[in-house]
Design a protein around this ligand. Structure first.
Ligand code: AMP
Length: 279
């Protein structure tokens, strides 16, 4: 596996490797969810590039940038074992040189939910992903369904800026009890960890009610009851998969999205309803 520390090195190394090229951007602390993305990229691309960069721009003041789990040696090993051909490991100075002053704002799907709770988050995501796509120039950008709103924001970005890349979404990898895998799960205390799968149980109860014909509001009211202490709801809603606007009745492509706080840790999860050309 080639390791590149800046965009020029990455471009030079990738120019010699066969196409199509799949690209998996991550913030490291590699887990089975990331590995599923790398595997999906390998399944359809001859070359796979992975980036590890904890992007300061997508963390708000008071969020967990400083304590975000970092394990460069473990990540390198796991990414190499998963079969990646290139690991892009830019430094913060390299990514954001002194005087850096450009940002990408995606309106529409970034407005609500995670965008409302974390007002600068999607600007940071869109800016770094634009830079990463410029450095790697992949044919396929591989993203996890786990971050549903991020998939909508980045699809919008790709379409609005005519970026020559296809977006592939990979289903969420879960623990045995249903909890979506996340680098942030390590923050949970034993009591919080025991209650955390109830977020997924609530989504499934919402899904069952929707499939029985309930309105979004009635289905979410039913789902809300399942969250266990000390979980606190941030939101539970049914949204259009592309616009991330709430919809009164299930109309695919759509997501049921939920976010709940367990102690100091904010978790997100979702269920996806496929449908339509973009679904
Ligand atoms: P992160 O390192 O958390 O920024 O995530 C990097 C990529 O991995 C994003 O596209 C995420 O959506 C994806 N990802 C994170 N967790 C999971 C999971 N449990 N299942 C599938 N993809 C995931």
């Amino acid at each position: 596996m080639i390791v590149a520390g800046d965009a020029q090195q990455a471009r030079r190394a990738l120019a010699a490797l066969p196409r199509p090229l799949g690209f998996v951007p991550t913030m490291g602390a590699i887990h089975a969810g990331h590995l599923a993305l790398i595997e999906a990229a390998r399944g359809r691309c001859r070359t796979v590039a992975v980036s590890v960069f904890v992007n300061p721009l997508q963390f708000g003041p008071g969020e967990d940038f400083e304590r975000y789990p970092r394990d460069e040696a473990g990540d390198r090993r796991a990414i190499e074992e998963a079969g990646a051909d290139l690991l892009y490991l830019p430094s913060p100075q390299n990514m954001y040189p002194p005087g850096f002053g450009t940002s990408i704002d995606v309106n529409g799907p970034a407005a609500r939910y995670e965008g409302a709770a974390r007002p600068t988050h999607f600007r940071g995501v869109a800016t770094v992903v634009t830079k990463l796509l410029n450095a790697i120039a992949p044919d396929v950008l591989v993203l996890g369904q786990k971050d549903a709103q991020q998939t909508a924001v980045l699809r919008r970005l790709v379409r609005d800026l005519d970026l020559p890349v296809e977006v592939q979404i990979v289903p969420t990898a879960r623990e045995h009890d249903g909890l979506a895998r996340s680098s942030r799960n390590v923050y949970l205390s034993p009591q919080e960890r025991a209650a955390a799968p109830s977020l997924y149980e609530a989504l499934r109860a919402t899904d069952a009610a929707l499939r029985n014909g309930a309105s979004s509001k009635a289905a979410c009211d039913a789902g809300m009851l399942l969250l266990r202490e000390p979980g606190r709801w941030q939101y539970l809603d049914v949204v259009d998969a592309l616009t991330f606007e709430p919809i009164p009745h299930l109309r695919p492509p759509a997501f049921v999205i939920g976010s709940a706080v367990f102690g100091k840790t904010r978790l997100i999860d979702n269920l996806y309803y496929e449908g339509g050309a973009d679904g």
